[in-house]
Design a protein. Structure first.
Lengths: 309, 341
């Protein structure tokens, strides 16, 4: 029984980590006013790139770096389309998903069934020996630890630094930010691309740690779940952490259920994360709540100095 | 006319980029394109296959088109299509085992498919209308649910006798199969899909509903001032679109596959988004573009077979094409601006 509890909670953290990375990145992008729905595509490219570089070079950190960069590269395409050309961000994000699915499937075809270096668990001394908490939280791989650290860092950055304040200003009131001498266009570019970095990292986690292999479309909608999690988290990194691990927990529930022999078919349990996402959206995205807690006011609206309404 | 030319240029640009991607695997893009076109559009069996692939694409494109008219991002055609296929299978194999007359059976299955597709559109519609739930996310999530639902049934309770261990249902009875022409797969469903395109044309061009879609698409708030019940319109657009995609799922079952299995759709409902966009939301242009994408799908399967080029190439093409379409719109906007000043 203890084993099941530990494996469920540690599974929740493992499954939640890619969601956490993608959600954190999208929080930054959306805070600057850019809606990037292309997470799924960027994650897939990150997963494929990470896996292939690990396969070719055997160097895990090089693989992660490549995945991060490819995520940023794809995000910069979205940034160009939505910030400079000012086209519909929804459609551009969708195009990014198609592109990521297509390219990763196309180039990744040669890597199906291959094996590559992957991240192993790294137990933290002392902390890792605490009963229950140790094996769940402190006996994970390095990327999970990076996830833990990212949350307070981003929180601190958003709320306690000038740069973070400028970022929020650009997303809330781009006109005012511009008047105060903040470069709106540059800020949006930077955070959209940083968002891409995180999505690339999220993808790398899936193919290099969570399920160390390459399978076409292996992100299985996690990018979209992350988009929903941003709303659930009301654009706050700490709530994002809770949400991501909760969702991770739901998606690994099936393994625990199998061990406990709960008579629910696997394919029905596979629906849970998606159904749960819809339910979360039901509560989190009502316009009243959005107004109450504040989505970035300029979210999804291209900025132009000449065109004032 | 300039819209047509800009679409054509977008396709050309996408093909050029795609050529480089094909080149990246060390294959000759010209040979690949030749293979693609020569089989899918240059031979009779290839043309027939392209028409057969056009059908599900046309249904789902028409399904999303209606919502797109009012700038409602219905990405749920895939799920609605799968629910339609599920419903048709349910009817053909389990609900109406005693109906042996195709004149009764086929309309019943069509209604069933439409109803379940509509229901799968109604859910995100009502959530969007009354709670402001983002329809992109809800329709996408419901796609996954529908796909797992089909998986569940075909791996579990509906696994056909004699299918060994393959997750596949029993074959449809003869009464549930649409008229077939020849052995290449030509079936009556293709004709229904084209009739459907004209029905949608009528709907969006000549009815009050279509007029309201147009106004709401231009400006949601203006629509409200003009006395349009926008909530009702959202739900209606999602329900009608879902029903059309659902009929598509039914037609794919009764006309082409005759049995339900997992992954029976190579993502028709997602390609539909690109088709509707490329056709500039014109139902008649959608017929032509759907055929083009049907041929592309058939051709890409040929490429996989003969040149070992992975067929996910078509997804990459879709992404690049959507980007170049979007960019071309910007440049068209600029040109208009220059003329004006």
């Amino acid at each position: 029984m203890n084993d099941i509890v530990i494996s469920t909670f540690s599974g929740a953290i493992r499954a939640g980590t890619p969601l956490l990375f993608a959600t954190l990145g999208e929080i930054l992008a959306e805070r600057s006013g850019v809606l990037n729905l292309g997470l799924e595509g960027m994650m897939l490219m990150g997963a494929f790139t990470g896996f292939s570089i690990s396969y070719i070079t055997g160097n895990l950190w090089l693989a992660v770096l490549a995945a991060v960069l490819i995520g940023g590269l794809m995000a910069s395409l979205h940034a160009f389309m939505s910030i400079t050309l000012r086209i519909n961000q929804v459609v551009s994000g969708l195009a990014l998903v198609f592109l990521g699915q297509g390219l990763s499937g196309f180039w990744g075809n040669a890597y199906v069934g291959m094996q590559a270096n992957s991240f192993q668990n790294l137990k933290i001394p002392l902390l890792g020996d605490i009963p229950y908490i140790g094996p769940v939280i402190f006996d994970r791989d390095v990327l999970v630890y990076i996830g833990y650290i990212s949350v307070p860092v981003i929180w601190w950055f958003l709320y306690k630094t000038t740069a973070g304040m400028n970022l929020r200003a650009v997303g809330e009131a781009p006109d005012a930010a511009d008047a105060r001498g903040i470069n709106v266009i540059l800020t949006r570019y930077v955070y959209t691309i940083i968002g891409g970095f995180f999505s690339g990292l999220a993808g790398a986690y899936i193919s290099l740690a969570y399920t160390p292999m390459w399978v076409q479309n292996m992100t299985a909608g996690r990018g979209w779940i992350a988009v929903a999690l941003v709303i659930f988290a009301i654009w706050d990194p700490v709530i994002a952490l809770i949400g991501a691990y909760a969702f991770g927990g739901i998606s690994v529930l099936q393994f625990s259920f199998q061990i406990l022999q709960v008579p629910i078919p696997v394919n029905i349990m596979n629906m849970f994360p998606y159904i749960f996402t819809v339910f979360v959206m039901l509560f989190a995205s009502s316009n009243r709540i959005k107004k109450l807690f504040g989505a970035p006011t300029a979210l999804g609206i291209p900025y132009s100095r000449e065109e004032k309404t | 006319m300039s819209i047509f030319i800009s679409s054509l240029i977008s396709v050309l640009i996408a093909l050029i980029f795609l050529g480089f991607i094909i080149l990246s695997l060390g294959d000759d893009p010209f040979e690949a394109y030749w293979q693609l076109v020569s089989w899918a559009m240059g031979t009779v069996p290839g043309l027939i296959q392209s028409l057969v692939s056009m059908m599900p694409l046309l249904f789902t494109s028409l399904g999303v088109l209606i919502a797109f008219k009012m700038k409602l991002w219905n990405i749920g055609a895939e799920g609605q299509f799968q629910m339609g296929a599920f419903a048709a299978t349910w009817g053909a194999l389990y609900l109406f085992p005693n109906i042996h007359n195709p004149w009764v059976m086929i309309p019943l299955l069509m209604i069933l498919g439409a109803a379940f597709g509509a229901f799968w559109g109604f859910l995100p519609g009502i959530m969007r209308a009354y709670l402001g739930v983002n329809e992109i996310l809800s329709t996408l999530m419901l796609n996954y649910v529908a796909i797992y639902w089909v998986n569940y049934l075909t791996y579990g309770p509906w696994k056909g006798a004699g299918s060994y261990n393959f997750p596949i249902t029993a074959k449809f009875p003869q009464s549930a199969i649409l008229p077939q022409y020849g052995s290449g797969g030509l079936n009556f469903g293709i004709i229904i899909s084209i009739i459907m395109a004209f029905f949608v044309l009528y709907l969006v061009k000549y009815t009050k509903f279509g007029f309201h879609l147009e106004i709401a698409g231009d400006n949601l708030r203006a629509g409200e001032y003009a006395g349009i019940n926008v909530k009702k319109l959202i739900i209606l657009a999602m329900v009608i679109g879902g029903a059309i995609s659902g009929i598509g799922g039914m037609a794919e079952m009764s006309g082409v596959l005759f049995r339900l299995q997992p992954n029976f759709s190579p993502g028709y409902g997602y390609t539909a988004v690109i088709i509707a966009w490329l056709a500039r939301l014109d139902p008649i242009a959608t017929i032509v573009v759907s055929f083009f994408f049907g041929a592309l799908l058939v051709g890409s399967q040929q490429l996989q077979l003969f040149m070992q080029i992975p067929s996910s190439l078509i997804n990459a093409f879709n992404g690049i094409l959507l980007f170049s379409l979007l960019a071309s719109e910007v440049f068209m906007r600029y040109r208009i601006r220059v003329v004006r000043s």
